[in-house]
Design a protein around this ligand. Structure first.
Ligand code: ADP
Length: 344
């Protein structure tokens, strides 16, 4: 439904010309973006300079047209000034001592599993932790944290994070239609992420852990530019094909002056039930060698483990389900070392 509305919005908008740039408002035009949620349409038009009166008639026409689309409940059109986009200040506000972005080059390497277990491990050390699922392509934190409800608003119109295992959880999935694949473009990612900070009643946190989407896209850049990131942790599997993409992530964070707090190697090896031997399925020591090359800390390696996968699917993180297990101790060790390195 939201996707239909979105494509109809662009069918109308492309008939209009931006009075400042003389470009039509097509989906390819970065000066227009639209978010549709439950029939409520929010449109952002990026305008040049301070002169907004030339947009007055255009806004009226656009609004009238979009209101006619079946299924549209409300239409809100906002003008955003270009200078905000070019020189973003740290405008994502949150009272957190540390903000850590968990990143990976590829999807499916265990970034969310790590984010969840790091959050639980830090909580077990007595920290106040928030977990923000910013993976716009496949938010999986609600499932992994066993969260089934959606957040409610408080009296100040801020979303109240859902607490699970003592961790305040928010997911970008909560503001998306579950089934609708949404086309994400720069300004939309920025707006949605801003809402995850400024529109959420986080309270004080020792740690905000952010589960990023894979790769090096708008979400990574927006967070680097608009929030006070303490640093990033890169998750990779040990084989070359994953490390190549992880390298791109490391280079991107370096370019935007975000510290790399370390590399974690996931799916390092598999211990066979029968022979009790370590099998290095995805090659050996790729993560530690990469950390050496980039001169960044190596935080640890996590083996392939069937129980870890099951616990994720069941919404019971390893460090909750079996805190004494070897697996949980690995996460707790990583959390301890990380906390120590940030407080030294
Ligand atoms: P990403 O966030 O990088 O896309 P996920 O954390 O969602 O990756 O993990 C992808 C899948 O692999 C999930 O089913 C998860 O349970 C599983 N998984 C992750 N790490 C491990 C591991 N060390 N051993 C076994 N399964 C794992």
């Amino acid at each position: 439904m939201s996707d239909n509305i979105l494509s109809l919005i662009y069918t109308f908008s492309k008939k209009f010309i931006d009075p400042n740039t003389n470009l039509a408002f097509t989906p390819q035009n970065n000066n227009i973006s639209a978010i549709v949620k439950d029939g409520n349409v929010n449109i952002f038009l990026q305008v040049k300079g301070q002169e907004t009166s030339v947009y007055k008639d255009l806004l009226k026409l656009l609004k009238n047209n979009i209101e006619q689309i079946p299924g549209v409940v409300s239409v809100n059109i906002a003008l955003t000034a270009e200078k905000d986009v070019k020189k973003p200040d740290k405008k994502f506000k949150i009272d957190a001592k540390n903000i850590i972005a968990v990143a990976s080059g590829k999807g499916g390497v265990g970034k969310s599993t790590f984010s969840v277990n790091l959050s639980v491990a830090l909580t077990s050390l007595g920290m106040k932790v928030g977990l923000l699922d910013a993976d716009i392509y496949g938010p999986s934190i609600p499932r992994m944290m066993g969260v089934k409800k959606k957040p409610e608003m408080n009296n100040n119109k801020k979303l109240i994070p859902i607490e699970s295992y003592g961790i305040k959880c928010m997911s970008i999935g909560f503001i998306l239609d579950e089934e609708a694949p949404t086309i994400w473009r720069g300004p939309m990612v920025m707006k949605a992420l801003e809402q995850m900070f400024n529109g959420v009643d986080w309270g004080y946190l020792d740690y905000l852990i952010i589960d990023l989407p894979p790769g090096t896209g708008d979400a990574q850049l927006t967070l680097a530019q608009s929030s006070k990131l303490t640093g990033s942790i890169i998750i990779s599997t040990p084989q070359e094909v994953a490390l190549t993409d992880a390298r791109k992530g490391i280079n991107m964070f370096k370019k935007v002056d975000v510290d790399i707090l370390g590399i974690v190697e996931n799916m390092s090896y598999f211990i066979c039930d029968n022979c009790d031997e370590k099998h290095f399925i995805f090659s050996k020591d790729g993560g530690i060698k990469e950390a050496g090359k980039f001169n960044v800390p190596f935080l640890g390696s996590i083996p392939i483990d069937k129980r870890l996968r099951q616990q994720s699917d069941e919404g019971k993180p390893s460090c909750i389900d079996d805190p004494q297990s070897d697996m949980s101790k690995k996460y707790i060790n990583i959390a301890k070392n990380l906390d120590k390195s940030l407080n030294d």
